[in-house]
Design a protein around this ligand. Structure first.
Ligand code: CIZ
Ligand code: SF4
Length: 371
């Protein structure tokens, strides 16, 4: 029996935790955290549910959290978020730190829309029309697997987040005339348009079709080639939701995440990342009403937080649409990883292979040097 198998056999099984109720979990999470002390840090992404979020030492967007964890002394980084976030945490943290994702099934449907095989095929097909290495910068949204970040690192490319996408595109255009942007077409389009790039100069690469479904002329003319990916949560927001709300409350201020569609962002007063949305609403005049296009847990918490200032924060969609993968991290899984750590077992470690991590770090560092 290998050492890993032996450790797995001794580890506490998730089945023992699955039926616990949230209140029992809550008390046991607090107790486990006390036992682990500063050896363990718990990170909570803005989209996490309240029962998990309340246990976080640090809260923030994916990049802010990874940077905070890397600066901490903690041996264990428990990332309450989704898979690509724990990968970034592993890449940016020190070798003596261990990144852990409480539920391995917490992926990101948008990140899954671009995989290395398809991106490499796209790169090969583009090279039939363009001198790709000289003319195209690959830019990956942080919501992507580590091997795609490594692809960017190997091809003089860069990572971006929704907070720094414009600066990253400026960096890219200062080096090469075109950008291949994946996986989120909306972040690419909304950012490009705000920088003055006409919609006609941005084409969508449909990865299910040869040559992305584009003609040679379209590819040669394009400035941004947008991967046909999207976030299933943010695509639920529709421009008619804004129109209907404004009919009822005409003075509402609309703020949208750039993963929302172009039509929604065009109707918004402000566009920005989760950190930007929080800051803008927190710093706004009292007694203002906000309509927000981003994940429901963040919107509900923000509403509770600013209520006493007379502000009202509303979720844009009339139907409930939460991020189902963010929702997977429940108190039961958090407790399971923490009690295993108390017992000396690391479960659900996220470890990016060394070479991949080295190239991915190049692309992440390109971004960190820009912003
Ligand atoms: O980078 C993040 O944390 C995500 C997914 C969204 C945002 O706008 O912060
Ligand atoms: Fe991915 Fe969308 Fe969920 Fe964010 S909200 S983790 S982009 S599926």
């Amino acid at each position: 029996m290998t050492q890993t198998t032996a450790m797995t056999a001794q580890a506490l099984a998730i089945q023992q935790f699955a039926l616990l109720d949230d209140i029992d979990c809550d008390a046991r999470i607090v107790a486990a955290r006390q036992k682990l002390g500063t050896r363990c840090v718990v990170l909570g992404h803005h989209y996490q549910r309240d029962e998990v979020f309340r246990h976080a030492d640090f809260i923030g967007d994916s990049l802010k959290l990874s940077r905070m964890a890397a600066q901490s002394d903690a041996e264990y980084i428990v990332f309450c978020g989704v898979h690509f976030m724990a990968e970034v945490s592993d890449i940016l943290s020190r070798p003596d730190q261990t990144a852990i994702l409480p539920d391995l099934a917490a992926g990101c449907s948008m990140a899954d829309m671009a995989d290395l095989a398809n991106v490499e095929r796209c790169w090969r097909e583009l090279s039939q029309v363009l001198d790709v290495e000289q003319t195209v910068t690959p830019v990956t949204y942080i919501n992507s697997a580590a091997d795609l970040k490594a692809f960017c690192g190997q091809h003089n490319g860069i990572v971006c987040t929704s907070s720094n996408a414009q600066k990253v595109l400026e960096w890219s255009f200062a080096r090469r005339e075109k950008v291949l942007f994946f996986p989120d077409q909306h972040l690419g389009r909304n950012t490009g348009y705000r920088m003055g790039i006409p919609l006609d100069d941005m084409v969508v690469w449909d990865f299910s079709k040869p040559m992305g479904g584009l003609s040679e002329e379209q590819i040669s003319k394009a400035r941004i080639i947008l991967w046909k990916g999207f976030c299933s949560v943010h695509q639920m927001f529709r421009p008619e939701h804004i129109d209907d709300f404004l009919k009822r409350y005409p003075k509402t201020i609309v703020i949208a995440h750039p993963e929302a569609s172009f039509e929604v962002c065009q109707k918004a007063n402000y566009i920005g990342s989760t950190e930007y949305i929080l800051k803008t609403v927190r710093e706004a005049e009292p007694n203002t009403r906000w309509l927000v296009a981003t994940e429901l847990n963040l919107v509900n918490r923000l509403n509770r937080e600013v209520k006493h200032q007379g502000k009202e924060v509303h979720f844009m969609s009339p139907t409930i649409c939460m991020c189902s993968t963010m929702f997977r991290t429940d108190p039961q899984h958090l407790l399971w990883v923490l009690e295993n750590l108390v017992e000396g077992h690391v479960v659900n470690r996220i470890r990016v292979p060394e070479t991949e991590a080295r190239y991915a770090k190049l692309a992440l560092n390109n971004m960190l040097n820009v912003v």
